[in-house]
Ligand binder design. Structure first.
Ligand code: PRP
Length: 221
């Protein structure tokens, strides 16, 4: 597809909650996505609006796609945005979707409060290195951060770390692995992010989407 044939706008989404919870926002703009990413292997999906296509990328890649113009817009969690740094992105709207929190969790038999009081050096495993570094620095707790890319819950169970910093939604994953939440670091929701050049060059269709999304978010709060 040459760039001349490409739809005017490309929206980057990740499969799962963000995709599912973005659908009602698109619907409010009169747009339906033409395929279910859980059933199709396609990475570029058309919509009922010939001027908009959706690209499916890993959650952590959404800000990067939008930053470099691989997509004009994207939906991404605050957690992912903080880790990315947000360079080159406008963040016009908190969509109030995919809500969860970033928390510290430990094994149920680990006395976290005591370890912190003692000034012990904690080993903390996480995918959220920037968030964890800032949080423990502000508390004056010394930590060795171990970067992981998934299944953080395993780290305290195998002795890799004393604690993890991870997303918690229902708390079921922690419970199933005999871990307890000991500190809530921040609440998370997903944001609309926009490529800075695209906002200038494709102002009208982007502003339209922002307006519809914004009215829909307000109406549902
Ligand atoms: C997240 C997080 C936890 C889980 C928490 O993982 O990392 O493992 O959800 O949800 P709960 O509190 O409702 O059990 P996700 O499924 O997003 O995949 P990930 O491990 O790739 O981050």
């Amino acid at each position: 597809m040459s760039s001349a044939d490409r739809p005017a706008l490309t929206l980057a989404l990740s499969k799962g909650r963000i995709f599912d919870e973005t659908l009602p926002l698109l619907k409010a703009a009169g747009i339906e996505v033409l395929e279910d990413p859980e059933k199709s292997r396609k990475l570029i999906i058309g919509t009922t609006d010939p001027g908009l296509q959706v690209v499916l990328v890993r959650a952590t890649d959404v800000p990067t796609y939008v930053q470099y113009g691989g997509a004009d817009l994207g939906v991404t969690g605050k957690d992912t945005l903080i880790e990315h740094g947000g360079q080159g992105l406008y963040q016009p709207l908190d969509l109030q979707i995919a809500k969860c929190r970033v928390s510290v969790a430990v094994r149920a038999d680990f006395d976290y409060a005591f370890a912190v009081r003692q000034g012990s050096r904690l080993r903390v495993a996480t995918k959220y290195v920037a968030i964890a570094r800032e949080f423990f620095a502000a508390k004056g707790v010394h930590v060795d951060l171990i970067k992981l890319y998934g299944s953080m819950e395993l780290a305290p169970l195998t002795g890799l770390a004393d604690a993890i910093v991870d997303l918690v939604s229902t708390g079921n994953t922690l419970k199933a692995n005999n871990l307890v939440e000991v500190e809530r670091i921040m609440d998370i929701s997903s944001r609309l992010v926009v490529n800075q050049a695209a906002l200038k060059l494709k102002q009208e269709p982007i502003r339209h989407l922002i307006d519809v999304f914004s009215r829909t978010v307000e109406a549902t709060q």
